[in-house]
Design a protein around this ligand. Structure first.
Ligand code: MLT
Length: 265
């Protein structure tokens, strides 16, 4: 994967195809490869860019803490470096959705549409934020091996855990490949992210919301409430998928995204 040298950070990114730019952002603790199926399917018609965020995957690690503000500004710097001036479609899964909300706030003119996948607008409860700080400390002390065991059962639907061992293994490999110091910095930043709920009625570009019906982290009920708050939103619920729908139900996710992209002017 090519690496883009930006001031203060090296971003590793997959960049394929030509046409309207579609930028796809991963969740935590993950990397760009959760979007591999969609990137392959869309590349004949779109330029699909899937970066590893700062402190994730093969991008450089900023120790301590990375915030949604920083990640969104990294994406804007990435677009500048790639000389992409036309409005993009930005998609994000979970943490990637938090980054997309912040990108909308800070860089609205660069957006033609949003894809919000298995994500939420609310900030952490104090209890959840405290849990993230504890997790950050543990990651720095112990490394990330334990995450590869604890996360898949939380992230994936029972049907995936029981019937798609290759997806479980892919997710485990992604988690293991990341840097524990990067994951710790990410976890601290996520604990501090703002509440984006007041932003939802201001989202004045088309938005596609995608949610796995068995998503235990960003539930279908929560995402339906988000879809009602965003003026031009449509929501697609995906059966037999949990929190990582692009890997768990690749064909359904690709079809929904293709239809959404085709509907944009
Ligand atoms: C993710 O998938 O990015 C995480 O579930 C986000 C979070 O921990 O809030």
């Amino acid at each position: 994967m090519p690496t883009l040298r930006l001031p203060g950070v090296d971003l590793s990114l997959a960049d394929h195809g030509a046409g309207r730019p579609v930028v796809l952002i991963h969740g935590f603790p993950m990397d760009h490869s959760i979007w591999v199926h969609q990137a392959q399917a869309l590349a004949p018609h779109y330029r699909v860019i899937a970066p590893d965020l700062r402190s994730a995957g093969c991008s450089s690690v900023t120790p301590g803490k990375v915030t949604v503000e920083q990640w969104a500004d990294d994406l804007a710097a990435m677009l500048d470096a790639l000389k992409i001036n036309e409005p993009i479609v930005l998609g994000g899964l979970s943490m990637g959705g938090y980054v997309a909300f912040r990108f909308f706030q800070a860089h609205r003119s660069r957006l033609a549409g949003l894809i919000l996948c298995d994500t939420k607008a609310a900030a952490d409860t104090p209890q959840a934020a405290a849990g993230r700080l504890e997790l950050a400390g543990r990651l720095e002390r112990e490394g990330n091996r334990f995450l590869a065991d604890t996360m898949p059962p939380r992230l994936l639907a029972p049907a995936t855990l029981d019937g798609k061992p290759e997806v479980v293994e892919h997710l485990r490999q992604i988690i293991l490949a990341g840097d524990p110091v990067g994951y710790a910095a990410t976890s601290r930043g996520l604990a501090e992210r703002p509440n984006f709920t007041p932003l939802l009625p201001q989202i004045d570009c088309p938005a596609l919301l995608l949610v796995g019906r068995q998503d235990a982290i960003s539930t279908a009920a929560e995402m339906n409430a988000m879809a009602r708050a965003i003026p031009a939103a449509r929501i697609v619920e995906i059966p037999n998928a949990g929190h990582v729908t692009p890997l768990e139900a690749p064909a359904e996710v690709t079809a929904a995204i293709e239809q959404f992209l085709g509907s944009l002017a």
